[in-house]
Design a protein around this ligand. Sequence first.
Ligand SMILES: *Cc1c(COP(=O)(O)O)cnc(C)c1O
Length: 362
Amino acid sequence: MAVYNFNAGPAVLPKSVMLKAQEEFVDYRGCGYGIIEESHRAKPFEEVIQAAEANFRSLLNISDDYAVLFLQGGASLQFAMVPMNLAIPGKKIGFCDTGEWSHKAIKEAKILGNEIDMIYDGSADKFSHIDGIANWKFDKNLAYAHICSNNTIYGSQYLIYPNTGDVPLIADMSSDFMSRPFDINKFGLVFAGAQKNIGPAGATVVIMRKDLAARCPSTVPTMLRYTTHIDQGSLFNTPSTFGIYMIRLVTDWLVGLGGLPAIQAMNEAKAGKLYAAIDACKFYRGTVDKGSRSLMNVTFRIKEGDEDLEKKFVAEAKAAGLIGLKGHRAVGGLRASIYNAMPAEGIDALVEFMNAFAKANG
Ligand SMILES: *Cc1c(COP(=O)(O)O)cnc(C)c1O
């Protein structure tokens, strides 16, 4: 039986990438040992990290004004590193609150003593949409403004990005990074834990304007300074070598598909099919309004939140080879995470299962 993995992260990776990694695992390209066993200072790994960076630079058209960094500590460490490095004494930090992941970032900024300017607060509508983005106003005195481009838990996504003028825009792109094209020049810094869309857990990609790194006060420890990693090409200490190797293979795969416009078209087709199945019957209800729905995390409920039926759905889906469909514990309900690597067949199998389940339990 085919198994389709709808987990939110760590998540599905492209089958061809998994097979390639398997093929190379014990003998990396004739070395006689695996890349996982290689020194991070040796030639074979140097080639891996350079290829991974080159892939990001070509896929996103990144100029030399920006650094591409491979760090550790997950997106969660970036919630602290960003304010540690980019806050400016006496200036507020702008936040746009689209749910859970925004709150975690706000918490770290506050721990460090920063004042917050709440630009947008989606809590009144239970984060069921992201409204009026084009009209958001950013005070020009903000140190920077932070958004979460795709809320993995609520299933909401920015369809456009706000215009922050000269205020550097920072984006937590953990769950939709490399799923669609974006103009990196509109951002001061973007970060993403690899485990949602581009690789295994343990590596975090940061793309940032190099000039912003100079803001870092001298009290920030070496490992937590962006300048350290920019100056050392992400090799100040031992990075997540196998993680970076996998990211290289995944980005090779993206290049081979035709880049970000191609993967975006595939993602739109997959998500479109799934939302259509949800909207086609009263049995299911999408929890996010049209216009803010994520192409990556499709959140829905059964009969306005019948938890027993939702439990049954998750169990029967699992038995049918469709795993990871339980909603995040903070919000309940159901969630299908359909990242870049989810094959179209997985969506078809899920839609078929949903239709049969609605018929049997409706
Ligand atoms: C998963 C996730 C995180 C947390 O990532 P870690 O790598 O576990 O720290 C942060 N932000 C978003 C949007 C996420 O989806």
